[in-house]
Design a protein around this ligand. Structure first.
Ligand SMILES: [Zn+2]
Length: 412
């Protein structure tokens, strides 16, 4: 679940399964909540308002009559959910996307932190349904969940109840990033992060490999194309099938990107490293459509997002620099190569290095020259060509919980 910054607060949603299914009262509450949200959407559309307070003003009394037994805090929360749906609807309309009146199909309810109680020791949620009626939700608590439940620096935020699971939001003030003692500079590519790790006088190449992300993307793209062709006569079915395919693809890639980010973060935390990344914001798509899709920027941007929010949560400093010419510049003499090159960057001055790792050196030097990497420096003479630190590779996915000895050193 994503972490978002809200007024310097970090929020992380943690998913819990329930020990036994949802009690029947809670199921009914989910249905009532959905009804209230959809009613509020219609009322909000009619009155042209989207804010929770405005909707409370125009619609609370009527709803109270229709849902006399619903706990009032839940009712207000339904207005809030409806407001968010309407805001998205309005935004899409502004962008010129034609869309129907929104209708929430999904069974879901949200409760603010005053509207439920969670016993952090036992993992039991006390959820009020209506006056005199509460239900208990027993959460399945694993070691992963304990980390959040036992950390008293985290406060409880909202609770989202779904038919088969609940999501508890944990909040904390963003920790101050530590002062870096080393740096891990990473160039982001289609199948790997390639970079260098610099600590004192030592500089080593480092790499996190995720070849399967591109493979999964390719496979799903082919499958989607096949579906579109096969169901060409039925656009609705074709669209629905493609949507399911897309969600599955998303999920697979996402989980791999999280693993990669975790390995990088664990390494950086252990070595007290600042992470240097290229700023992908300005990168413009190329003209060739096929190449464009294959080199889709999406997983890279997503990977950066994940690394950045995990870093924020743990107080690891992240530096982002302009990547212009980073893959073409010689870090020793400063010459820029405009001609095409192969896997290796070769300079007239005699410097030669893997193209991607060379790019990461340039990123680091930009960060240092702009004073963004503390007092760190990089001496190319200290670069150890023969050592490659593997931060992540797909074989590591087999391990359920990454262990503490990140940075397997592989001598090539
Ligand atoms: Zn050179």
């Amino acid at each position: 679940m994503p972490v978002v910054v809200k007024d310097w607060m970090l929020v992380k949603g943690v998913v819990f399964r329930l020990e036994s299914g949802l009690p029947s009262e809670a199921k009914l509450l989910l249905e009532d909540f959905r009804l209230a949200v959809n009613n509020a959407i219609r009322a909000g559309l009619q009155a042209r308002v989207t804010s929770r307070n405005a909707m409370v003003k125009i619609a609370y009394k009527d709803f109270r009559r229709e849902h006399p037994r619903m706990y009032s805090q839940h009712l207000v929360s339904a207005f809030e959910v409806a407001g968010n749906v309407l805001k998205n609807h309005r935004k899409r309309a502004r962008e010129g996307v034609t869309c129907r009146i929104p209708y929430v199909m999904r069974l879901l309810m949200k409760a603010e932190n005053q509207a439920y109680k969670l016993d952090r020791k036992s993992g039991v949620i006390d959820l009020p349904i209506r006056a005199g009626c509460h239900v208990e939700l027993r959460l399945v608590v694993s070691q992963y969940h304990r980390k959040y439940l036992d950390d008293m620096a985290l406060c409880l935020g909202s609770l989202t109840v779904l038919p088969d699971r609940v999501i508890v939001a944990f909040r904390k003030d963003a920790p101050k990033p530590f002062l870096p003692e080393s740096a891990l500079s990473l160039d982001t590519n289609e199948r790997s992060l390639d970079g260098i790790f610099v600590e004192g006088d030592i500089a080593k190449a480092a790499r996190a490999k995720f070849p399967d992300v591109a493979i999964i993307q390719q496979r799903h793209h082919d499958r989607r194309k096949g579906l579109q062709k096969k169901k060409a006569h039925d656009r609705r079915t074709s669209r629905n099938l493609c949507r399911t395919e897309g969600a599955r693809e998303h999920h697979r890639i996402d989980s791999r990107l999280h693993q990669v980010a975790n390995s990088v973060l664990m390494f950086a935390e252990e070595r007290r490293s600042a992470i240097v990344l290229e700023d992908l914001k300005g990168m413009r798509p190329k003209r060739n459509k096929e190449l464009n899709r294959r080199l889709s920027m999406w997983p890279r941007r997503k990977l950066h997002q994940i690394i950045e929010y995990k870093a924020q949560w743990r107080g690891v400093p992240v530096v982002k620099v302009d990547p212009r010419n980073s893959s073409r510049t010689c870090p020793i003499c400063g010459r820029i190569r405009y001609s095409r090159m192969g896997a290796e960057f070769v300079c007239e001055c005699g410097w030669r290095l893997d193209r991607h790792i060379n790019a990461s050196i340039n990123l680091l030097q930009t960060a240092i020259s702009k004073g963004m990497a503390g007092g760190l420096r990089f001496d190319p003479g200290a670069f150890q060509y023969d050592v490659m630190m593997i931060l992540y590779e797909p074989a590591m996915a087999a391990r359920s919980e990454p262990n503490g000895t990140s940075g397997v050193v592989e001598v090539t």
